[in-house]
Design a protein around this ligand. Sequence first.
Ligand code: MN3
Length: 198
Amino acid sequence: MFIQPELWFAYDALAPHIDAMTMEIHYTKHHAWYTKKLNAAIEGTTFGEGSIEDLLSDPSQVPEEKRHAIMNNGWGFYNHNLFRESINPEGKGILSGDLKDAIIAEYWSFEGFQEAFTAKALSLFGSGWTYLCKNSEGGLCIKRCSFQETPLKAWLTPLLWLDVWEHAYYLHYQNRRADYVSAWWDVINWNVVEKRYG
Ligand code: MN3
């Protein structure tokens, strides 16, 4: 069984950047649904005994007739876990250390990185995610993926997740995805992202 991580802050804690109703529906309906459907799909298999990363990084181990349900819901579960973990009502914290150095090496400045990441998120057609990823040499790249796809399949390590499905912002921002992305920068917990960079 995979367990949906608890939300350690109140639904309205991220307002006005992310409103309470969006947080509540996103957590109790969307995230919970992926978790429930994933657990239903793995019933009778041993996939619940290993880590979710192991399961997701090798779809070929999953029997074909279960692959669609397990992988889609597994990615949905995993992406939402990590997205939640890297947002923080107590403010964004300060980006520092090796990750800061790597961002400046790749994008010249933090603002340059924000611009590049935002452009990727805004140009994603339809529903999906935008990720900051690390390659095996510690270099950084930004990936834009449709639906619940993740860069894990390309052997990249995602560090930062942005949900750009409409359910993540539509109640408060309607079609203004740019305003949602802009507000999201203010609630990132950089301590978590730095730890993922290692
Ligand atoms: Mn979502």
